[in-house]
Design a protein around this ligand. Sequence first.
Ligand code: COA
Ligand code: AMP
Length: 631
Amino acid sequence: MWGVMGSYRDAWERSINSPNEFWGEAAKGITWYQEPSVVLDASNAPLYRWFSDGVMNTCYNALDRHVEAGRGAQRALIYDSPVTGVKRVYTYDELLDEVSHFAGALQSLKVEKGDRVVIYMPMIPEALIAMLACARIGAIHSVVFGGFAAHELAMRINDAAPKVVVSASCGIEVNRVIEYKPLLDAALDEASHHPDACVIVQRPQAQASMQAGRDFDWNDLVSAAAPAACVPLLGTDPLYILYTSGTTGRPKGVVRDNGGHAVALSWSMPNIYDTTAGEVFWAASDVGWVVGHSYIVYAPLLAGATTLLYEGKPVGTPDAGAYWRVISEWGVKTLFTAPTGFRAVKREDPSGSLIGQYDLSGFKYLFLAGERLDPETYTWASDRLGVPVIDHWWQTETGWPVAANLMGLDPMAVKPGSPTVPVPGFNVQIFTESGDRAATDAEGLILIELPLPPGCMAGVWGDEQKFFDTYLRHTPGYYLTGDGGHFDQDGYLFVMGRVDDVINVAGHRLSTGEIEEIIASHPDVAECAVIGVADALKGQIPRGLAVLKAGVQRDHDEIAAELVQQVRNQLGAVASLRQVDIVDALPKTRSGKVLRKSMRAIADGVDMPVPSTIDNPATLDALRPILRPAD
Ligand code: COA
Ligand code: AMP
């Protein structure tokens, strides 16, 4: 099946056939206080671990060792914030100083190895400093995306049970100041877990009101703190928890370890992204998402590169030339973002006329992930930029790419619509619904044969069984990705979309089940369904359908508006739910399962036979003009 040869093929085969040798070699890319004698630890299979007896510290590898190697004066972090007009460069020396002082500040609040710290912050340097400070002292950070509402934050606070929460007075969405502190206070009122302390960055755009005894000003705390040293940790000690949407209303806490994570990300920088020490890497995402964790914070710094933290949007801050302005101003070699960002630019500047106004001579690669890269966006970007445009596929759970075109190892011809080939370490296989291997070109479930390589999730926080039940139970010996797709004759992987109730909205992962729970909690709603429908800008957006309880006589538009607002209040604006239709009934199978797939097909204008198991075909027909009024 493999049409792709050369060093990629050799590396991939070695990674699968001799994982101890392959990852043992890769582990030399980081500095250990004590080298691991075990590479792959299969003692508790199928729960595999990596580098179990190695001793190291992720923050040491991201900062101290570069300073010790004489690169303290090199740029580590560039903060570019068009929404505030601030630009600031931190050298490795300066970032190390900031991080070790904030680590000391956390210690002054009695934060120790293994304690959790929730970080709810906008895209400011303190977010990254707080994450690295936790890593430095072995505290486990859990970053919550700033676009989530108080209820989402409360759920994560309850699950992670942090000793300290770090936040800021506000975030800025283009020109709107979003006050974070009232959201944090509401979350803490709702949560059953109570952290000992909150540390707040007071930004000039909003002054947070502080609760005496619980809330501390970042600057006050840091100026009183002594710098903290790195705490030696086992390779398997957790570095962070990152919550992600699954098919239920409760987000899962993906746990990432220290050793495997540092090794995998260090390997990925030169081999996948062709980016090494001293070069500028820009992941235009948010620290609240996995892309932000891996490729704004950890990977570029582990590699000794310069990372760029951008507090702005692709459009509107101030225009659709923002990507090009930042690339040319800071000498960005590699940009990584979501296709939706490019669709936003293309919509405002269809001919790409703003590109010509900037010197992009240092720009070498555009990497895109987070959702399927539609061939039209691929063609638009690659025609106008004249650099390789690389689609690559991964998930919060994997932490780094499962499939990519490996620019530093063995660049291959691009096939639009495909993220190219499995990355070394990932033995990707396609299975049919009935559990057989799918033929070449045939659509199926995408599974990954165990063990997953270093850097992938080590478990679900506080619930080992859930990790097994959600990902490993489906097909023994394999990890269930939740995505569907196929391999073609040349061994290229095509990822076509989720096979479960997870949707991708502007590159953000959301659960329709979670949105349904919020709608269903409205007193007038008897039952509801939420589906992800195609959207030209955001890839997908959620749409709701609600059936009212018998006897409810209120105005339907009014109830629909309340439902939209309820989702915004509880989940956050990022859900982008704009439309809920009040309907008489939902189409169901004879066993009572709501036919979401059929409704989605109608909304997207896709031909799909009506399932033979349908109980009430007239209901589905009645929804057609609502789901797709133009037809
Ligand atoms: N804090 C508070 N609110 C936030 C937020 C944050 N960190 N992030 C987003 N929101 C709000 C937005 O302001 C918007 O609010 P609104 O409904 O009142 O307008 C809502 O959440 C939806 O946000 P988003 O889906 O991002 O839509 P948008 O219209 O603001 O911007 C894009 C659309 C395409 C420009 C934007 O999604 C983008 O830049 N995407 C590319 C990069 C990326 O985010 N990648 C993520 C994974 S790699
Ligand atoms: P997240 O966990 O938020 O990173 O979202 C992961 C999901 O995004 C995957 O399971 C896919 O459904 C989708 N995804 C990410 N990258 C790609 C890609 N390159 N092509 C297709 N889907 C993608």
